[in-house]
Design a protein around this ligand. Structure first.
Ligand SMILES: C[S@@+](CC[C@H](N)C(=O)[O-])C[C@H]1O[C@@H](n2cnc3c(N)ncnc32)[C@H](O)[C@@H]1O
Length: 265
């Protein structure tokens, strides 16, 4: 079989979180090694694929709500590969002038994001580690697109659960939030630890991708300490500002991520 084409500098011998997530979303920017990991995750928990789509839909609702609340600039941290309804597309449907900086440590996101954004000068993709807020906030593309005197939408969508406690995820959230003014918004979607089933998934993530720290709803809620948590609080993704009434009984995939949004006072 011919080798798959890969952008320069991309290691196709090891799986990456961005590309495994792309498999789960039905994307094409992934390699055999990523599909093998996705398959092994799916073998243990068949619902894992629909979980990614549930999360992605929640990201869209969060961006739309921030835009409807007047936010016109967004920092999408741990943005992932371009997919359907990316942050700038959702925001620009509400307000065409919306500006977005996508941040991801995986260079494949830049490689594919550039093509998507070639003719959009209100949007940029940067390759950076979000655990280094100083570097991200000081990046020339951030300086070009984000006006720190105006509210910013800060998005941590399906990313903080890749950070372990000793990496100080709350300190990282606060570092970004302290750089943005009152009226800014914070959105977090996070793998929830609700018992043995989620713990089994966490074990598989650690084994296959080397990363994963599921947190209880109380721990996820603590990310919003210091900000005004907006209704309905931190809840399973389908119950967070649903477009249609959520099912009475949530499936495992639907319960796997919890989400919440806060406003900086
Ligand atoms: C599960 S994906 C989520 C993508 C998107 N936020 C969403 O919810 O649809 C997590 C992304 O975070 C990125 N990531 C993981 N650790 C990171 C870090 N320390 N800094 C920047 N990006 C990171 C991964 O490369 C991956 O693209």
């Amino acid at each position: 079989m011919p080798a798959e084409w890969a952008p320069q500098g991309i290691d196709t011998s090891r799986p990456s979180v961005a590309r495994v997530y792309d498999v789960a979303l039905g994307g094409k920017d992934n390699f055999a090694v990523d599909r093998a990991v996705a398959q092994r995750l799916q073998d243990g928990l068949p619902e894992i694929m629909s979980m990614a789509r549930v999360n992605r839909a929640t990201l869209g609702r969060a961006v739309r709500l921030m835009a409807e609340r007047g936010v016109r600039q967004f920092l999408d941290l741990g943005a992932g590969l371009p997919s359907a309804d990316n942050t700038h597309q959702v925001a620009q449907r509400v307000a065409a002038a919306s500006r977005v900086v996508y941040v991801d440590k995986d260079p494949i996101v830049l490689a594919h994001g550039r093509a998507l954004l070639a003719d959009d000068d209100r949007t940029a993709v940067i390759t950076a580690d979000l655990r280094d807020p100083e570097t991200v906030l000081g990046h020339p593309e951030v300086a070009r697109l984000i006006d720190f005197s105006q509210p910013v939408g800060v998005l941590f969508v399906a990313i903080l659960h890749h950070l372990h406690d000793d990496e100080d995820p709350k300190g990282i959230v606060d570092a970004y939030m302290s750089a943005v003014p009152s009226g800014s918004h914070l959105f977090v979607s996070h793998f929830c630890d609700f018992g043995p089933l989620s713990q089994e998934l966490q074990r598989r993530f650690l084994e296959l991708l080397g990363t994963g720290r599921f947190r209880t709803s109380k721990e996820i809620t603590a990310f919003f300490d210091g900000y005004e948590l907006l209704p309905p609080g931190v809840v399973p993704n389908p119950q967070w500002h649903p477009d249609e009434p959520p099912p009475a009984d949530l499936s495992l995939a639907q319960r796997m991520h919890y989400a919440g949004m806060a406003r900086k006072p």
